[in-house]
Ligand binder design. Structure first.
Ligand code: ADP
Ligand code: MG
Length: 560
């Protein structure tokens, strides 16, 4: 029997592939601009090795032109261009990347930034266009060629007129369909926004003819129309600039431009790592708590760039939950991307970066605590709760990262105190780190349980946040000192023989009274005893075991 060939609806297949790879149509512009940038990079590398070629940076650019009347969008570049064979091989064969081949051939050369590798990005143009026309003249060639296609059914190639070396791609933008709006890809403001979003840091200028109105010279209240060529992208990303060239203000502007928040950053962290994984990052600690920060709606994450091109808006894997308030971006040339360049193939590099970033954030916060106390306290008011939750969650796994960043009110000073500060000034005979929980500092100060500890001159942490005591239970001890609630049965406070004797006498002398009281309170308290810790108060409650009265209250309030 003769073998039958499969008949695939190739055009539909291409559409399906493209539409399942990319989540957003606007991505096509990123892909075509990335290709144009690669083409310019290639001519630049050629110039590096070929003395007969001179590379004048001004001559190299990418231009985006929209023509509403004809529904065309043109992306042209002054890059290396394509020969007839290259048009056939690189555009005619899906999943063939001329750029990957170029990178392999030129491996010896350092620092190339070429983006392409999968050989599918070009076809993303079919998401928004019915017809693609590519006219190209390769470097060193006298003839130009035109490649044209309406999708996977095929393409045509014929000689064409093109004077300059480079490539011009014309997209015939699809007509608007019921749910799909394609007109937007002919709108100047929209195109500008897409370029800014994805391609702002392409290293060559991306130009557009921009129309506008401006005040007429010499005449009041009169305006004139104008059209001028503008460069839309910023080209050199701030994170590639030298730290010494940048002022706080530049970082604040970047924060603002990127809309990381409506506030000002409290602190920025500019990183440039050259070790096991290379990356640059600018991270911000915001001044204020975002309004939705402590809600389910809040999404943590950093922007992720690969070689200056935006890959992901909010990469959550880069931040642990407890540093979820950090805003900013990471750019790395070492990421392995998947075919859509949207998600990451392997996350080994990402994990390394995340780990690195975590320790840098911790370092920056510790620096703030040490050198800019006021700023740190203001940070802590906004995000301290998140740190305490971080200690409590994951069974205290992260306590080593976080414990030095915690602050609590205390009986000694009317300011927040760190664990380190507390322990450093503990008298020698003090066994434990004491704390008392309550709704407010005023109420805690009135607690009879605090009396004995305070009387000994020991400092007491005041826990007013529900999470405080739970977090501290995870830490268990700090610098070998255990935490102890002032209402715990054993406070570890030494007493003199005389005191002991007096207490015993009081206890045995009032035995009947205590038994009587216990009878009345039966079922409510375990026992009634003479207390050694009371000074001026007549009575107090104390607990045995791990769970204190305050914790019981919180646990009871939680939905079960
Ligand atoms: P990739 O960029 O991942 O290689 P694409 O589908 O985007 O895949 O592009 C396929 C190939 O077509 C590129 O590798 C490159 O060789 C060639 N190409 C695309 N656009 C251009 C251009 N503007 N100038 C020169 N070559 C191009
Ligand atoms: Mg590409």
């Amino acid at each position: 029997m003769a073998k039958q060939e499969f008949k695939a609806e190739s055009k539909r297949l291409l559409e399906m592939m493209i539409n399942s790879i990319y989540t957003q149509k606007e991505i096509f512009l990123r892909e075509l601009i990335s290709n144009a940038s690669d083409a310019v990079d290639k001519i630049y590398y050629k110039a590096l090795t070929d003395d007969s070629l001179v590379f004048n940076k001004e001559d190299y650019f990418i231009k985006v032109t929209a023509d509403k009347a004809n529904r065309t969008l043109t992306i042209s570049d002054t890059g290396i261009g394509m020969t007839k064979e290259e048009l056939e091989n690189n555009l005619g064969v899906i999943a063939k990347s001329g750029s990957l081949a170029f990178k392999k051939e030129n491996e010896a050369q350092d620092g190339h930034n070429i983006i392409g590798q999968f050989g599918v990005g070009f076809y993303s143009a079919f998401m928004v266009a019915d017809v693609l026309t590519v006219t190209s003249k390769a470097l060193g060639s006298d003839v130009a060629y035109k490649w044209e296609s309406e999708g996977a059914e095929g393409y045509t190639i014929e000689p064409a007129d093109k004077v300059t070396v480079g490539t011009e791609i014309v997209l015939k933008i699809k007509p608007n369909a019921e749910e799909d709006n394609y007109d937007e890809f002919l709108e100047e403001y929209r195109l500008k926004a897409i370029i800014k979003k994805y391609s702002d840091f392409i290293r060559y200028p991306i130009k557009m003819d921009v129309k506008g109105k401006r005040p007429k010279e010499g005449e009041d209240n009169e305006f004139e129309d104008y059209e001028e060529e503008q460069t839309v992208n910023s080209m050199v990303p701030i994170w590639r600039k030298n730290k010494s060239e940048l002022k706080d203000e530049d970082y604040a502007n970047f924060y603002n431009e990127k809309r990381y928040g409506f506030d000002k950053p409290l602190k920025h962290i500019h990183l440039s790592a050259d070790g096991a994984v290379r990356y640059q990052a600018i991270l911000f600690i915001p001044e204020n708590t975002p309004f939705d920060f402590y809600t389910k709606e809040f999404e943590k994450g950093l922007e992720l760039y690969s070689n200056g091109v935006l890959i992901m808006d909010k990469c959550s894997d880069l931040l642990p939950d407890f540093f979820g308030f950090v805003k900013g971006m990471v750019d790395s040339e070492d990421l392995s991307l998947n075919i859509s360049r949207e998600l990451l193939q392997h996350d080994r590099q990402l994990k390394l970066i995340a780990k690195n970033i975590q320790s840098k954030i911790k370092g920056a916060l510790q620096g703030l605590l040490k050198d800019e106390r006021e700023k740190y306290e203001s940070f802590y008011k906004a995000f301290g709760r998140q740190l305490k939750f971080g200690v409590y969650n994951d069974y205290g796994m992260n306590k080593d990262v976080l414990q030095d960043l915690l602050l609590f009110s205390s009986s000694k000073e009317k300011k927040l105190v760190s664990l380190e500060e507390y322990v450093a000034r503990m008298p020698e005979d003090q066994k434990y780190i004491y704390y008392a929980s309550g709704e407010s500092i005023e109420r805690i100060e009135k607690l009879p349980q605090t009396e004995l500890v305070a009387d000994k001159g020991y400092e007491i942490f005041y826990f007013t946040d529900d999470i405080d005591e739970f977090a501290i239970k995870m830490i268990m001890s700090y610098k070998d000192k255990e935490f102890r609630s002032v209402s715990s049965g054993d406070l570890g406070i030494e007493e003199s023989e005389a005191d002991k004797k007096e207490a015993e006498e009081k206890a045995s002398g009032n035995k009947d009274l205590f038994e009587y009281m216990q009878g009345i309170l039966s079922g409510k308290v375990k026992s009634v005893k003479a207390s050694k810790r009371l000074k001026s108060h007549p009575v107090c409650l104390s607990t045995e075991g791990e769970v204190t009265i305050e914790m019981e209250k919180v646990l009871k309030a939680m939905p079960s």
